[in-house]
Ligand binder design. Structure first.
Ligand SMILES: Nc1ncnc2c1ncn2[C@@H]1O[C@H](COP(=O)(O)OP(=O)(O)OP(=O)(O)O)[C@@H](O)[C@H]1O
Length: 215
């Protein structure tokens, strides 16, 4: 079970503080929404949690208790340098490798981040409705199709921490349905943090963090 604790965490760019004094504990098996207006710092907080960028002040502590171990055992703490091994992320600023086909991309990606047990590239592309485009270069995909690949890559990676930044960008109604189905089928037991302003994207989250409370 993964736990992430933020103590007095803050982030600034140059002289501007984006958020400060965040004291919060995220625990595995739960889903959290980070909400706030455009430019308020939702993506920045998510990137700091994922270790893509550092907090400017405060502390982040991450621990993970392997499944099946007794809760009384001391959880293993995870260093900042190792956190990336435990997480997967879907975000607008992360690029796909457009020269590859979706099949090649998932295949490449799983060489450094294994897929969920029992899944392979073909099964995943079938699941997300891209079976006909599986062997087409991603550069020829529509924006919604690209988003399906991004989301599939994050959700079907075998990770305990799932960071979703505006996960339904460019989705049509069927895309939203697919997203909800994926969360309910593959979200259990994971720690999920969604950064979004769209209730359709974060409606399943049980906890809500308003970034405006940390200005
Ligand atoms: N690398 C950077 N250098 C300087 N300022 C930055 C940088 N990245 C983000 N910012 C600023 O930090 C603030 C928060 O940006 P962020 O992208 O986290 O907001 P957001 O809440 O996710 O917005 P949106 O809802 O539009 O996605 C913005 O004012 C932005 O201009």
């Amino acid at each position: 079970m993964m736990t992430i604790s933020l103590s007095d965490a803050g982030k600034r760019f140059n002289r501007d503080w984006i958020f400060r004094h965040v004291n919060y504990t995220f625990t595995g098996g739960n889903a959290y929404a980070i909400v706030g207006p455009n430019g308020s710092g939702k993506s920045t907080l998510l990137q700091c949690i994922g270790g893509a960028t550092a907090f400017s002040e405060g502390k982040i502590e991450v621990s993970d208790l392997p499944a099946g171990k007794s809760e009384t055992k001391q959880p293993a703490s995870i260093s900042d340098q190792n956190l990336y091994k435990h997480l997967s992320i879907c975000a607008p600023y992360l690029e796909l490798i457009e020269e590859m086909t979706a099949m090649e991309f998932l295949s490449f990606h799983q060489t450094f981040k294994p897929l969920l047990d029992g899944w392979n590239e073909k099964k995943i592309l079938d699941y997300v409705g891209l079976e006909k485009a599986a062997h087409k270069q991603i550069r020829y995909y529509s924006s919604g199709m690209k988003q399906r690949v991004k989301l599939a890559q994050a959700i079907f990676s075998n990770s305990h921490l799932l960071l979703l930044d505006e996960p339904c960008t460019n989705f049509d109604d069927a895309g939203y349905e697919l997203y909800k189905r994926m969360i309910s089928e593959f979200g259990n037991g994971r720690l999920i943090i969604v950064s979004s302003n769209d209730i359709e994207e974060y409606g399943f989250c049980t906890e809500k963090i308003s970034i405006q409370d940390y200005k």
